[in-house]
Design a protein around this ligand. Sequence first.
Ligand SMILES: *Cc1c(COP(=O)(O)O)cnc(C)c1O
Length: 346
Amino acid sequence: MTAPLRLSLDTNALCDNWRALDRLSGPAACGAAVKADGYGLGARGVVERLAQTGARDFFVANWNEAAAIADLVNDPAIGLSVLHGVRAEDMPLAGQGFARPVLSTCDQVQRWRSAGGGPCDVMVDTGMNRLGVSTEDVAQGLLKGIAIDTIMSHLARADEDVVANAIQRDRMEALRGMTGARRMSLANSAGIVLGAEYAFDLTRPGLALYGGVPRDALAGVVRQVVTPQAQILQRRLLAAGDSIGYNARYTATQAVEVAILNIGYADGYWRGFSNSGHGSVGGARLPVLGRVSMDLTAISVDALPTLAEGDWVTLDFALPGASAQSGMSQYELLTGLGARFDRIWS
Ligand SMILES: *Cc1c(COP(=O)(O)O)cnc(C)c1O
């Protein structure tokens, strides 16, 4: 059954974004972070397309996510890495060999080594203080005797111009040659445009693949992939003085034609778009009126007298602007996109 709301997903934009990030990565390979169901787009649709375009390294957060795309990455030239490493209860799945754990604690290293230690990746903490073994532990031989494909670290502030980036980069550089790892990897989307010395052997963009712009240098380089569309459930006329929606956060100062759309914050069209977002049909701009509800959003349709029940409206979701309007990060806007959409790739 077709859903009453849809996410229109642009294959060419996704693949062009990957190609642009691959070029910006210089001689380094360019992978793809597809955790959180491909940042809300649907991991399977993303992986199929990017594998066909040439991406050879994919990253998910946990083993459930890995198992859900395992059949799409069974080409031996394609690698899948599980960023949260491996818990004791993950070992049966991890032992199947369709993905590599990114080991990030001494316990995980121990667990992997005592199980026989197939190919793995290792996360080293260079200053974010989130996941990763310490550079001291690496220097003292923690990783001896395990087969490391990629040693990686993660930048905490790649979207800012701060000296912390260079410090993390230098700590990464100091690990060169210390572990027998085949490759080194540091940069996320924003890190790719910090400079060639951040690329190492493999980059790991997520946000920018999906049209997000974490640094100005990526504006005009990547383009929007995701467009939510919703259907009109009802059209009504507000008289001057009438207000609309929960808590009456919009009151008409003159007569206004309104359409009620079947989308709301349960779909990831956040309450921050109340009185600030807009829809569009054929170039006409249709401002959101009042508060976004769980399942419903009102827009002004004064500009379009013939727009009727059942017609589709496109919600403006251009990520940098939508982030400013809603107060949500570009990451939250993408990963919040709900389960009620049909995800339709063009
Ligand atoms: C999510 C993630 C990425 C991708 O980051 P973006 O900012 O979305 O490009 C890369 N590496 C790691 C370890 C991550 O967790």
